[in-house]
Design a protein around this ligand. Structure first.
Ligand code: URA
Length: 222
């Protein structure tokens, strides 16, 4: 899979894969059924997790015995990874993330609710997120399907930096240029992985053309 750095930003990556564009088109369609929306969100998340973990550090120096009674070189992560779904829309991304990530990966829920007038998101849930973040975590991956204004993702990154996260990355389905700009200005050290960068935000801070409200579409609410 190849990746194109977005415009002149070196740490924003649009997953450049034909299937990603095909799947994304399916869930942009307002007539996509909820079950399809969920399934395709999982597929797209697999592509994103594949990319965001591609340069994780591993260590070797030990072996496992195979059924052929011989030793094979073996590897493990040099430091754990934590996954952070921003409630609630990112819950639909978790199944795919958990499938790919090692089984000792903790899931740290981070709840933020957007005020529909100011578009600012206030944090309302951060239970079970360690403070400080233990030193053996090499990466914290923040997931939220839509990087709109960037306010929520940006606040989450600030929160995790204040708790001592060594390395942060963000994964999402679609970004608006405004969200990318916000992340670049506030967190130029955080790598951003998305499936597409759309045109703009509308006056309700929805991404255009986008896919609508990812939480409502994923959970059949309005
Ligand atoms: N959140 C969404 O779910 N969709 C958008 O377009 C913007 C924010």
């Amino acid at each position: 899979m190849s990746l194109s750095p977005f415009r002149d930003y070196s740490n924003v990556f649009v997953v450049d894969h034909p299937l990603v564009q095909v799947y994304l088109s399916e869930i942009r369609d307002r007539n996509a059924e909820k079950s399809r929306f969920q399934k395709v969100t999982r597929k797209l998340t697999s592509f994103l997790v594949d990319r965001v973990t591609a340069d994780l550090e591993i260590e070797g120096g030990f072996t496992v015995e195979t059924p052929l009674d011989v030793q094979a070189p073996a590897f493990r992560l040099k430091g754990r990874v934590a996954m952070v779904p921003i409630l609630r829309a990112a819950l639909r991304m978790m199944e795919a993330a958990e499938d790919l990530l090692p089984r000792d990966t903790p899931i740290w829920f981070y709840g933020a609710k957007r005020d529909e007038h100011t578009f600012r998101a206030d944090r309302y849930y951060d239970d079970h997120i360690p403070n400080p973040i233990p030193n053996d975590f090499q990466m914290v991956i923040v997931a939220d399907p839509m990087l709109a204004t960037g306010g929520t993702a940006g606040d989450a990154c600030t929160f995790f930096k204040e708790r001592g996260a060594k390395r942060l990355a963000y994964i999402g389905l679609i970004a608006a240029p405004e969200g990318i700009k916000h992340m670049q200005e506030r967190h130029p050290d955080v790598s951003v992985y998305v499936c597409a960068v759309d045109e703009c935000l509308n006056d309700r801070a929805y991404i255009v053309p986008g896919l609508g409200d990812a939480g409502d579409r994923g959970f059949n609410t309005d």
